[in-house]
Ligand binder design. Structure first.
Ligand code: GLA
Length: 756
């Protein structure tokens, strides 16, 4: 996957076996976007794509070249003030208030591999031959500033990672008012835009609408999280592109705070895509010798529809963004105590639930909120990370030893960025609260936020957590975050730097993650933010799995997990079976349907298993056996979305995973409501080897592939072109098999290649 530079044409060509990315350096020294898409011949000369037109009223810097106007030129990282009237990728202000900047080509470097940008998370390489990086340097000597644009192209993945760095070299102080991670100008607007949107409990629903003239965007201005409302992701799909075919461009930001993902279409149908930190509340002063590094953005091109885009994101994010020892390990089957006990527990209750869980095969017991300080409700104790000895007389170590004896590990819930007014930490350091103390501060869930833009606050929390965890036997942490920023003001931070507070907070968060991971490398981290408000690539770097949503209802989860899978791999999606009626929507689905949805993620239970009857407990035991047997396939296989629950009447959905060697596949089909006299039903599959024959077995009760049941033996090509036949007798026939009757039906099939 080389990056080539032609000094005569001043053209850069980044390519691998699937994609090409081309730009050139124009006569004014600025980079001009030429092409991003399917791979072109390696010596392709794309200068003819540098279209110029003489248009009325356009701003022209060269009196003898009336065709040259930045207003109509597709650029790589456009600034404002020099003729381009669209939204710029950056804004840099001089000491006298001038915002006119003229960055011109000053040189470049091409090298194998990729550099990290710590404390910011980013994709990485494990060997130099996995990627090539271009560092393009532009300079404006008049103001003593440099802009460095970074491009990395990966071997075997149709993706380019980009970020920017702005450096102040001169004596004149500068202020950065906006700095996007990536900008990309595309020659037309014949796309639909796709984003992931929602709210608490219904995160990441897929929205698809035609791209329009003007600006359309998704964003977070919540400061400390990427939000339930939108995800730092945007895709453009050709009108004919669907799950299986068609051209799609996907954009994703490796960041967990304020973001803006925007498409701007001008009146000549040119589409400018951008993603980066939201400029609204951002202001970053730069003095001589300082620089600002933007978060990384990842750009994917697929000619195989949305599934093709997702495969690129999944491959990169599962194997070269998620990091640490848990990246490639099978994830433990866990039981989380939250919906089982809330904060009302003592050691005996915990041990009762955990012992039953261990007996049924659960590997990890996660003690959720309520174990520290004197936390009996949400109004107290955040910031006091010491075990509540009323509830746990032997502390965390005592509990952990008892669980170990019962054959189950211990995980703990924490919410390190928060503080309760009723806490020793607040009484000792009221100024550590983020907020303007001259104002009434909003509480969310009874709590305030700590000022993580201050390193001493981050360090103090690290010290407390280190003390709890050292020698504790805790093997898992659920890291929660349950409020957005309000009244953002950092006490003790100079006025000129208040615009840095939100980004510094996120850097403080990342720093704490990095320190805890370094101190406890064997701990598995799961991120969480009132369910899925921080389900973003930034978190994925530190925590290879995330709590997908507080909504554990199977029907809701089908949509949430389906939407999340546009960008995020199954290995990142915490998915649990909870009790019925469901806490969030009061629905009652069969236990097996709840499991058949939760299998497709990192599996667990969110309930008190002692409350199940013997038959249900036996079913749970079989579910856990099933998950242990197939979790490698599920968590590391190739995932394909087959039936979209956001399309049509949304009554059915389906997806499948295929092992990397294509010898095994697991298919799940969900039908929400049973309809009378339903028609015939076929489900075309994906990802199988067309030449190989596969035997498809129904997974009986969603726990056991049934070798004696009806099985189909066909070529992969048949399963993919014609489909798995799902027609059944559930159309009102009185004698139909009970497995296919009723609402909330899940059917699963295991496919095994013959002679595998
Ligand atoms: C958040 C999380 C839940 C649970 C509670 C505990 O809402 O999303 O899973 O941990 O906090 O307070």
């Amino acid at each position: 996957m080389p990056i080539e530079f032609n000094p005569e044409t001043r053209q850069f060509h980044l390519y691998n076996d699937q994609i090409s990315y081309l730009f050139d350096i124009m006569k004014n020294g600025q980079p001009e976007q030429l092409y991003f898409g399917r791979k072109l011949p390696k010596d392709a000369d794309c200068l003819y794509l540098a279209e110029r037109c003489r248009r009325d009223m356009q701003a022209c810097p060269y009196p003898d070249d009336p065709q040259f106007s930045l207003e109509h030129i597709r650029q790589e990282y456009p600034g404002g003030g020099t003729g381009d009237m669209r939204v710029p990728a950056f804004v840099l202000e001089r000491a006298d208030g001038s915002r006119i900047v003229d960055f011109r080509y000053a040189g470049h470097r091409i090298y194998a591999g990729k550099k990290e940008i710590l404390p910011l998370p980013s994709t990485y390489t494990e060997a130099p031959e996995e990627a090539q990086t271009l560092e393009l340097t532009l300079a404006d000597p008049q103001i003593g500033a440099r802009l460095i644009l970074y491009y990395t192209i990966f071997r075997g993945v149709p993706a380019v990672a980009r970020h920017a760095e702005i450096c102040c070299d001169g004596q004149e102080p500068l202020v950065l008012e906006a700095a996007m991670s990536l900008s990309l100008d595309l020659p037309d607007m014949d796309y639909d835009r796709i984003d992931l949107a929602g709210a608490w409990s219904r995160e990441r629903h897929i929205r698809r609408r035609p791209l329009e003239y003007g600006i359309q965007s998704v964003y977070s201005l919540r400061g400390s999280c990427s939000s339930h409302q939108f995800n730092p992701f945007l895709a453009l799909a050709r009108k004919d592109a669907g799950e299986k075919s068609g051209e799609v461009i996907g954009l994703s930001l490796v960041y967990s705070g304020d973001f803006l993902a925007q498409a701007e279409v001008d009146n000549f149908h040119v589409t400018r895509l951008m993603i980066g930190i939201h400029p609204q509340e951002f202001r970053w002063p730069l003095r001589q010798g300082a620089s600002f590094v933007t978060p990384e953005a990842v750009l994917v091109y697929s000619q195989e529809g949305l599934n093709g885009m997702s495969h690129a994101f999944h491959t990169l994010y599962r194997t070269r963004l998620a990091s640490g020892v848990w990246r490639d390990r099978e994830r433990p089957v866990l039981l989380n105590s939250w919906e089982a006990t809330y904060m009302r527990f003592d050691e005996a209750r915990i041990l009762g639930i955990a012992r039953k869980a261990a007996e049924l095969g659960v590997e990890l017991f996660v003690l959720d909120d309520g174990w520290f300080g004197h936390r009996d409700n949400t109004d107290s104790s955040l910031g006091d990370w010491r075990p509540d000895l009323r509830k746990l007389p032997g502390g965390i170590c005592g509990l952990s030893a008892k669980l170990k004896a019962a054959g189950i590990g211990l995980g703990l819930w924490i919410e390190p960025e928060m503080i309760s007014e009723d806490s020793d930490l607040y009484r000792a350091h009221p100024d550590w609260v983020l907020g303007d103390s001259r104002r009434t501060l909003c509480r969310v869930r009874g709590q305030y936020m700590l000022d993580f833009s201050r390193p001493e606050v981050v360090e103090a929390i690290f010290q407390q957590l280190q003390q709890v965890l050292t020698g504790s036997g805790v093997s898992y942490i659920k890291w929660d975050h349950n409020r957005s920023m309000t009244e953002v003001f950092s006490q003790g931070t100079p006025a000129a730097e208040q615009g840095c507070v939100r980004h510094r907070f996120i850097l403080g968060l990342y720093t704490l993650y990095a320190k805890l991971r370094a101190a406890f490398p064997e701990i598995l981290f799961e991120s969480c933010a009132s369910g899925g408000a921080r389900f973003d690539p930034g978190m994925l770097y530190f925590a290879p799995q995330a709590w997908t949503s507080d909504d554990t209802d199977a029907v809701e989860r089908i949509r949430i997990q389906y939407g999340s899978s546009l960008v995020y791999p199954l290995s990142s999606m915490g998915a649990h079976v909870s009790a019925v009626p469901n806490e969030q929507v009061h629905r009652c689905e069969p236990l097996r349907t709840r499991a058949a949805v939760a299998y497709f993620g990192t599996f667990g239970y969110e309930m008190d298993l002692t409350k199940l009857n013997a038959q249900e407990q036996e079913e749970v035991r079989r579910q856990i056996l099933f998950m242990k047997r197939y979790r490698r396939l599920i968590q590391q296989g190739d995932f394909y979305r087959l039936r979209d629950p956001f399309a049509g009447d949304g009554n059915t959905a389906a997806w499948m995973v295929v092992s990397p060697d294509r010898a095994q596949a697991l298919v799940a089909y969900y039908r929400i409501l049973q309809r009378p006299e339903a028609g015939y039903e076929r489900l075309p599959l994906m990802g199988l080897d067309p030449e190989r024959r596969y035997r498809a077995l129904e997974v009986k009760g969603c726990t056991e592939p049934d070798p004696d049941g009806p099985s189909a033996c066909r070529y992969g090509a048949e399963f993919c072109q014609i489909g798995l036949i799902l027609s059944d007798e559930s159309s009102g026939c009185r004698n139909a098999a009970p497995e296919v009757q009723g609402d909330y039906l899940a059917r699963m099939f295991l496919l095994c290649a013959e002679n595998a």
